[in-house]
Every structure is written in C-alpha cells, then in structure tokens.
Design a protein around this ligand. Sequence first.
Ligand code: 13P
Length: 295
Amino acid sequence: MHHGFREHIRACRARGAAVPAFTAYDLATATGVVTAAERAGVPVILLVSPSTAATRYGHGLVRSLRALADASSAPVAVQLDHATDLALIRDTVEAGAHAVLADGSREGYQANLDFVRAVRRQLDDDVIVEAELGRIDGNEDVARSTDGHGAALTDPDEAARFADATGVDLLAVSVGNVHGFYRGVPVLDLERLAKIAAATDVPLVLHGASGLPSDVVTAAIDIGVCKINVNTELRRTVFAHLEEATPAHAVGLDLDSLLAGWTEATAVTAAETIASFRGDHRPATHSGAAPTHRS
Ligand code: 13P
C-alpha cells in the first residue's frame, strides 16, 4: 500500500470524513487497528512514535507494520510521528514508513520551514510529509492532563505561507488540542481552525483527539480536518484490558490469549473512533450523494 495514500486522504476529505491515525507501540495494537479498518473498509494510518522508532526494536517494528500494511485488505499507511531528527526519518522511511511528520514546531517559523524543506528534499516524492505549525502542548507518549498553556496556536496567514513554501502534504494545527488528557473541558478554537482552512488548501491534521467530544471532532471535520491522530485512548484501552484479563490468563501464563484479547480490545476502540470520524460511511457510489462541506 505504498502508492496512492494521498488519494485516500483526498477522498476522505471530499466525503467529509477524516482518516484516523493511531499510534502503535506494538504489533498486537497495530493488528487491532488494521482489523478495525478492514471491518469498516476504510483507510487508516499506523503512527510510530519517534521514541519507539529510536529503540533497538524500532526498525523491526516499522518493518513489521509495513508487512501488516501490505497484507491488509484495507489501505494502511505507516507514519513516523513527530520526528525532529533527519537521520531517524531517513532510517524509518528505509524500513518501510510511507509518511513522516517532520516536526520543527519547537523551533521558530524559519527553522521549522528549513527543516521541513530539508526533509522534503531528502525523501522520494511518494513519501507523504506532514508538518506542524504552532506548537501542540502535552506529552505524546505519557498521559498527563494538560491545560494547553504550553501551546502556541497556529496563525492562519502563517499556515498559508508555510504550506506554499514547503509544499507539504499535510499540516498539523494547534487550535487548543493537546496530547494526553485534557485538563477540564476541552475547548477548540474552531474559528481559528476555519480561518486556517479558508487561508490554505493544504489538508489539515488534528492531533490529540483522545478526550475530545465527538461533536467537536465532527465540527473540525466539517471545517476541513481530514486526518486525526489518536494515541492516549488506545493506550487506555490496552491498560484496561491488561488489568481485566491478566488474572485469568496468568493461571496458565497464557500470553497468546492475553495478546489476542489485546488485539480485539484495540479493534473495538479503533472501530468506535473510525465511526466517530465518519469513516464507517462508505463513499457514495451514486451521484448527488457527495458531501458539500467544502467548496
Ligand atoms: P492523544 O494521545 O491525545 O490522542 O494524541 C495523539 C497524537 O496526536 C499523536 O500524534
């Protein structure tokens, strides 16, 4: 499933849905996500955290995810998430990743732009490059509640200039979304999101979907978000499964059954997420049914 994933993102946007992207630290979770995508018949992205990619097994995991993607009946892409290191990006793409988030958002505008351009130059045209403009608050791998005060919100005019200057495929925005748990009720600046969507045609990405009410997610999709990242929610599912299922399987030290349940639990959560991103609505095959949320 190497070629053509850009087309799946475009098609999702055209029908008013978003491609879900789930972080996978392991194969049991990734298999659950792919199972959910196959059951719904929709495209999905498997995200690899840079901290995972940089471990001794990082390469092996990316290769395995790629094999899982290639064998899937649903369109599946593998993406290195939040990468700040050019060498790690190169190695991960070589191991089979279809996409990267070249994340210069901790730097200033110009340094971010230079980094994204350098990444774009290094990679083949068929590798999808996402950038992040503004800075999303919170921790990508460890859930803590965050109120978003460490964030820098995306400026709509800058977003348009940045997208033009870099030619990125996808742009992640910071509009009140955070990684990890939201402290208090999450509030997204949908007005800002709408201004960004009006200023640029680049497909927009919403990170930090765990904990967002589904009407907020739907509103973001209607404005033009067409890829949404989810991590914490799946980790919560995994830990809940382990807590519940471990005592029974511990008797026989039955790891196979524990992992099978792990995969099914993540498939169920992923299916709910896919549905809330409108991914379970099949593309219209007859004229007149196309969504009209964007002109
Ligand atoms: P959450 O952990 O808040 O779902 O965020 C995931 C994410 O944005 C990964 O890039």
